[in-house]
Design a protein around this ligand. Structure first.
Ligand code: PMP
Length: 420
C-alpha cells in the first residue's frame, strides 16, 4: 500500500524533498507527518481536499476539529474578505472581539469573563498560569494520555519539551487513583486540568461520575478545575460541560471557534479573570499582538452567527454517533478486532477489542494495523489522521458517511488475513 502511495504521489514527494533541508523532517506540525511523506494538499472545498498530485479526497480529518465549517464556506469567506478590505492590523481594540466574546459566553455561561489567545496551547498555558498565580501553588494534576498542546502532552512516556510545572499524572477515568494522588499532593495542587474526552489520546470519553468527581475533589483541596474543551466544545451548543452539568473554574477553547483561523480562548470565574483587568492596580499582564487579530475575530464571528446553530451542531453529532455505530457493527460483522471510540462527530479507530477507558488500555495497539487502514483508505480517496482520528465537518453529510463506511468495508476485505 505504501509503495502504491509513493508511486501515485510524485508531486507531493518532490515538495517534501524541498522542505527537508529547512524544516526538520520537512515538518512543522508533528501530528501531520508520516512515512514516507504526507500528501501535500493544495485546495479544499466543502468536505473535500485536493493534493498536489491531482487526487481528490473525502476529508474525514477536518483539520483535527478546527475545520468544523468545512473548507471555504461562503459566509466565512465573505467575512474574511470584508475584514481584509478594512485593514488587517489596526493597533487597537475593535468591535469584533467583544462580539465574539459575547457569542462564546452565550454558549459557555461558566466563562463569565474570557480572553483570546492564538492557539489552544496558549489558552491552556494561560489557564495554568492563572491557576498557579491565584493559588500560589505549583503542582498540576493531569492525565496519562492527555494532550493540551505541544508543550503540554502526556502521552506514553510524557514529553521532554513539556513546560516545567510540577506535574502529577493520574489515570483517566480512575477516581480512586485521582483520590490517592490528591491525598498525597492536595495542599500543593494549583489545578486539575482535564479534557472531558481524551481527544488526541484516542477519543476516550470521560465518564460522567469521574468528571463530576474531579469537580468535588478540586473544591475539597482548593484547587481550580480547568476543563480543556478545545476539542469537546463541539459536542453541544454549550460544550461537554453543559451536557454533564459541570461548572469549571476555567475553560479553554480553540480550534473551530476561529472560523478556521488560528484561535484560542481561556476564561471562567469573574473573580479570577478580573485580575487581568488593566484598570486594576497591579493587574496581571496578558498581552499578545494577535490576540484580537481581525481575520480570526471576523471568521469566528461569522461562523457562530451564521453557521453554527444548536440544531446544526446536534444534527452533526447525531450523524457522527450513527456513523460510529454503523462502522462498529460492520467491523464486528467482518470479525476484525477494530473498533471506533468517541462521542458525536469525533472518533478514533483502535486496533483493539474490549472496553477502552484509559491510556493504559491502548498500549497494546499495533501501529502497523493503523497504518494499513490509513493507507487503504487513502488509496480509496478518504483522508483521515494517520493515527486513526476522524472529525466530521458540517458539510460531511449522509452520503459522505456512506462513502466512508463503504471504503472502510472494502479496505477490511482487501486485506483479509492482515488484521490481527
Ligand atoms: N487541547 C486539546 C484538547 C487539543 O486537542 C489541542 C489540539 N489538538 C490543543 C489543546 C492545542 O490546541 P492548538 O493546536 O490550537 O495549540
Amino acid at each position: 500500500a505504501i509503495e502504491q502511495y509513493r508511486r501515485s504521489h510524485p508531486a507531493s514527494e518532490r515538495l517534501h524533498q524541498q522542505a527537508l533541508g529547512v524544516l526538520p523532517g520537512g515538518n512543522t506540525r508533528s501530528v501531520l507527518f508520516f512515512d514516507p511523506f504526507p500528501p501535500y494538499m493544495v485546495r479544499g472545498e466543502g468536505c473535500h481536499l485536493w493534493d498536489a498530485d491531482g487526487h481528490r479526497y473525502l476529508d474525514a480529518l477536518g483539520e483535527y476539529t478546527a475545520g468544523l465549517y468545512g473548507h471555504s464556506d461562503p459566509a466565512i469567506r465573505a467575512a474574511v474578505s470584508e475584514a481584509l478590505h478594512s485593514g488587517l492590523s489596526l493597533s487597537s481594540h475593535t468591535e469584533r472581539e467583544g462580539l465574539l466574546a459575547r457569542e462564546l459566553q452565550r454558549r459557555f455561561p461558566s466563562m463569565e469573563l474570557l480572553r483570546f489567545t492564538n492557539s489552544g496551547t496558549e489558552a491552556n498555558l494561560m489557564a495554568l498560569a492563572t491557576a498557579t498565580a491565584v493559588t500560589e501553588r505549583r503542582k498540576v494534576l493531569v492525565f496519562k494520555g492527555a494532550y493540551h498542546g505541544g508543550v503540554l502532552a502526556f502521552g506514553q512516556g510524557g514529553s521532554p519539551v513539556n513546560v516545567p510545572y510540577e506535574w502529577v499524572v493520574a489515570r483517566y477515568n480512575d477516581l480512586e487513583d485521582v483520590r490517592a494522588q490528591v491525598a498525597a499532593h492536595g495542599k500543593d495542587l494549583a489545578a486539575i486540568l482535564v479534557e472531558p474526552m481524551l481527544g488526541s489520546g484516542g477519543c476516550i470519553p470521560g465518564e460522567p461520575h469521574f468528571l463530576q468527581g474531579l469537580r468535588a475533589l478540586a473544591d475539597e483541596k482548593g484547587a481550580l478545575l480547568i476543563l480543556d474543551e478545545v476539542m469537546t466544545s463541539r459536542l453541544s451548543f454549550g460544550g461537554r460541560q453543559s451536557q454533564l452539568g459541570i461548572r469549571p473554574d476555567l475553560t479553554t477553547l480553540g480550534k473551530y471557534f476561529g472560523g478556521g483561523l488560528s484561535f484560542g480562548a481561556f476564561g471562567g470565574r469573574a473573580d479570577l479573570m478580573a485580575r487581568y483587568d488593566p484598570r486594576r492596580p497591579q493587574a496581571w499582564q496578558h498581552a499578545g499582538t494577535f490576540n484580537n487579530n481581525v481575520l480570526t475575530m471576523a471568521a469566528g464571528l461569522a461562523g457562530l452567527k451564521h453557521l453554527l446553530t444548536a440544531e446544526r451542531l446536534d444534527a452533526l453529532n447525531r450523524r457522527g454517533d450513527a456513523l460510529r455505530t454503523k462502522l462498529n457493527k460492520m467491523l464486528e460483522a467482518q470479525g476484525v478486532p477494530l473498533q471506533l471510540t468517541g462521542l458525536g462527530s469525533l472518533m478514533q479507530l483502535h486496533p483493539l477489542a474490549g472496553p477502552l477507558r484509559s491510556a493504559d488500555d491502548l498500549v497494546a495497539a499495533d501501529d502497523r494495523v493503523k497504518a494499513l487502514m490509513f493507507f487503504e483508505l487513502l488509496g480509496r480517496s478518504v483522508y483521515m489522521a494517520r493515527r486513526g482520528f476522524i472529525a466530521l465537518s458540517l458539510p460531511f453529510g449522509d452520503a459522505e458517511c456512506m462513502r466512508l463506511e463503504h471504503a472502510m468495508g472494502e479496505a477490511v476485505n482487501a486485506r483479509r488475513g492482515l488484521w490481527p
